[in-house]
Ligand binder design. Structure first.
Ligand SMILES: C[S@@+](CC[C@H](N)C(=O)[O-])C[C@H]1O[C@@H](n2cnc3c(N)ncnc32)[C@H](O)[C@@H]1O
Length: 268
């Protein structure tokens, strides 16, 4: 594993392109009207965060950052995409919620932020942009106070072995990628606004549950839990159907695999 600077450049352009699209397609009205956008599982697993100092990695347009703030946390969100953070700042203004945003590649954060936090939070669509899991875990460890916790919710890597262009579950991609990224050409419908065709390419990584777990324990963290789920926040595979609760699930008999997981770890 080594840091992939080229991936950061490619992916930053991608996120800069779609940030304004997401500013319109994400359900920001909920935040503006006094609510938050964290799902019930996260709220339960996070526990009380009121008064806690939280570092949110890869915060995108700040919807989760501001949701954490609405639940009483003092939050700092960081992201590589300046356009995403512009939308985040505007949203903070509209909601009247306070949060600090820092534009930086994740791996450059140690040169830009000197504090420690009660919690590091990162969720949904984050690990595929991380080229070096060892550096990722060491940054999380760096920013946690002793006794502080990491909370991660992410699509399950097992889901990503399946062909996402056809119905059914046909294995297409390796679970064991060996850290080798996939270069996607762009020109596909955005996950949040299917009427928008994303132009810019991406370079994405996939990590196994074991690699994620071991990167954190190798960095000195203790895993408190890993939970696996049968629901997802977006249509990750062609066969998925939107359910009444707003989440996407695979229908019978395909629904026997994990498609989402959460992880809590603590700094000893
Ligand atoms: C799917 S979004 C974040 C997830 C969040 N749940 C959401 O939907 O708002 C992924 C974010 O990771 C950011 N990102 C990608 N590579 C990064 C890097 N190397 N350093 C920091 N942020 C990065 C992108 O700019 C993007 O805002």
């Amino acid at each position: 594993m080594t840091r992939d600077y080229k991936a950061e450049e490619i992916n930053r352009k991608h996120w800069d392109e779609i940030a304004p699209v997401h500013g319109k397609s994400y359900n920001t009205e909920v935040l503006i009207n006094g609510g938050h956008l964290l799902d019930a599982t996260q709220v339960k697993e996070l526990g009380s965060i009121s008064g806690k100092k939280i570092l949110h990695l890869q915060c995108h347009i700040g919807t989760d950052t501001l949701s954490l703030a609405r639940l009483g946390a003092e939050v700092t969100g960081i992201d590589i995409s300046g356009e995403s953070l512009k939308v985040a700042e505007e949203l903070a203004e509209k909601t009247g919620l306070k949060a600090r945003f820092i534009e930086t590649p994740l791996f450059d954060l140690p040169g830009k932020l000197e504090e420690t936090f009660d919690m590091v939070y990162t969720s949904i669509g984050v690990l595929c942009w991380v080229s070096d899991l060892k550096q990722w875990a060491s940054i999380i460890n760096r920013y946690l106070k002793p006794g502080g916790t990491l909370y991660l919710m992410e699509s399950h890597p097992f889901m990503h072995v399946f062909d996402d262009e056809i119905t059914g579950l046909n294995v297409r991609y390796p679970y064991f990628s060996g850290g080798k990224p996939i270069d996607w050409p762009g020109d596909w419908p955005d996950y949040s606004d299917e009427n928008y065709t994303v132009k810019s390419p991406t370079r994405e990584f996939s990590w196994t549950i074991g690699q994620i777990h071991n990167s954190l324990t190798d960095a000195g963290l203790k895993i408190e839990f890993i939970h696996e789920f049968d629901f997802l926040h977006w249509k990750g595979l062609e066969s998925m159907e939107k359910c009444e609760d707003g989440f996407w699930r695979l229908p019978e008999p395909l629904n026997k695999i994990p498609i989402l997981f959460s992880l809590k770890a603590s700094k000893i």
